[in-house]
Design a protein around this ligand. Structure first.
Ligand SMILES: Cc1cc2nc3c(=O)[nH]c(=O)nc-3n(C[C@H](O)[C@H](O)[C@H](O)COP(=O)(O)OP(=O)(O)OC[C@H]3O[C@@H](n4cnc5c(N)ncnc54)[C@H](O)[C@@H]3O)c2cc1C
Length: 420
């Protein structure tokens, strides 16, 4: 429970919120859309809500850049960019998050030639612990830009970001069930032969639901509003939610219910990129996601399948598998190597710990790094060795926030104290 909540609408308000908290000896934490599964955005000090600080400030269509206030949601940002002929090159599978919350935890989509959202940042404006406003770009404070793109909110409050965009584009989406063994056999081809490839393995079956999204010059078509409503709301949420509820009441039915999944059939359509990447998620769940080196993907999925079979656990949610390119951000889960992301989910109200701990052990043994915004059981002690540039992050943290003004219980667990 925060002691107080600040709702800035101007940069001055934001600076004042940080200065007041400092004067009164309170910690400060910005919250985005609150869509992290961890307590990363929680504080018992001052919580800064940025819902009223969410405008597109400026854009340059020719240079394909845009500067936004930090509280803008990915949905609003995508719409605003779209009307100006621009887009983000990639997105995750929902757009509820704020841009600053998303980048702060290393949020990513899928596409082996593209990095996570934070790799698009070319300028950062931060309110730091003493209330000063720090502007970072390749020319000015380049270290703050290089390191601060994935910061878990531990370096200061991001007030604005400048993003490298691309001209707006359409995607051809092809969604179809395949045997999971066939997916794994031709995984490299699928990952490299598509701009954005992902699949969902359906536990207790040999099936995977695959998604292939590729850029196209073709006009929007192939999925009317009714079909979109049917597939994305009725099938993926209302019916899926009912199946999950049934599975929670009668877990022994889960394997039989899972066999309904491949029945969704094949669909193909063309839409604006962000409308293909993201969709509504109305079924509530808890999630853990691990990034592993890309070359461990097949082993990881096989071991996960074996674990589910051996453990006797009954899992009603498909396992999501995605891919991204390596990047150079110290705390990015894709730092230094191309990655495969494996996400597991459990319907709310069902037991998740045995499943999450079992899968975490597999992913950890394969060189995994947990998503900063999703559940995991690691600590600074275990994580430090997984990030070759850990000390570089900690050095900037000491410089910008020597007293731990932006710390909370989560940063204490996963980053440790701000060492002197
Ligand atoms: C349904 C669902 C789908 C998801 N899909 C994906 C996906 O496809 N890919 C993926 O990678 N992740 C995904 N996630 C995880 C999600 O993207 C991250 O947890 C993200 O951080 C949530 O953004 P938020 O705006 O809700 O931030 P919050 O959860 O509110 O905050 C996250 C962190 O950012 C910090 N923060 C927020 N604003 C600021 C600021 N202005 N300055 C400094 N720090 C700030 C907070 O303090 C906190 O540490 C999903 C989560 C859900 C619930």
């Amino acid at each position: 429970m925060p002691a107080t909540v600040a709702r800035p609408t101007t940069l001055d308000d934001l600076v004042r919120a940080v200065k007041t908290a400092a004067a009164e000896g309170r910690r400060v934490k910005a919250v985005g859309a609150g869509h992290s599964f961890t307590d990363t955005a929680c504080t018992s000090g001052t919580m800064v809500e940025l819902d009223g600080y969410a405008r597109l400030l400026r854009y340059d269509r020719d240079a394909a850049t845009a500067t936004v206030q930090s509280g803008i949601s990915l949905a609003r940002l995508s719409r605003e960019l779209g009307t100006r002929g621009l887009a983000l090159p990639n997105l995750g599978d929902v757009a509820y998050q704020t841009i600053s919350g998303a980048v702060s935890t290393g949020t990513h989509g899928t596409g082996i030639r593209l990095g996570g959202l934070a790799t698009q940042i070319i300028g950062l404006e931060l309110v730091t612990a003493d209330g000063s406003v720090l502007t970072a770009s390749a020319a000015e404070e380049p270290e703050v830009l290089a390191v601060g793109r994935v910061g878990l909110g531990a370096l200061g409050i991001i007030s604005a970001l400048t993003l490298r965009c691309v001209p707006a584009f359409h995607l051809r989406a092809v969604e179809e069930p395949m045997r999971v063994d066939a997916v794994l056999e031709s995984l490299d081809e699928l990952v490299e032969g598509n701009d954005h490839f992902e699949f969902y393995w359906v536990p207790h079956t040999g099936w995977a639901l695959t998604k292939r999204n590729n850029r196209t010059e073709d006009p929007v078509g192939g999925r009317g509003r009714w079909r979109e409503l049917r597939d994305r709301v009725l099938f993926e949420n209302v019916l899926f939610g009912a199946i999950c509820r049934l599975g929670r009441m009668r877990p022994e039915w889960i394997p039989r219910l899972a066999r309904l999944a491949p029945g969704s059939g094949r669909s193909e359509y063309v839409e604006a990129s962000w409308r293909v990447f993201t969709s509504p998620r109305l079924v509530h769940f808890v999630e853990m996601e691990y990034s592993i080196p890309r070359d461990q993907a097949v082993t990881a999925v096989q071991r996960l399948r074996q674990f589910v079979d051996d453990s006797g656990l009954l899992i009603s949610f498909p396992v999501e598998v995605r891919f991204t390119a390596a990047d150079d951000i110290p705390l990015s889960t894709a730092n230094g190597s191309d990655r495969c992301y494996i996400a597991i989910h459990v319907y709310r109200g069902m037991q998740h710990e045995q499943y999450f701990r079992g899968v975490e052990q597999i992913m950890w043994e394969l060189g995994g790094r947990p998503h900063w915004g999703k559940l995991h059981y690691q600590t600074a002690f275990t994580l430090a060795g997984r990030y070759p540039e850990w000390d570089r992050f900690q050095a900037l943290r000491r410089r910008l926030d020597p007293e731990g003004r932006f710390a909370n219980t989560y940063t204490e667990r996963v980053l440790g104290p701000v060492a002197g």
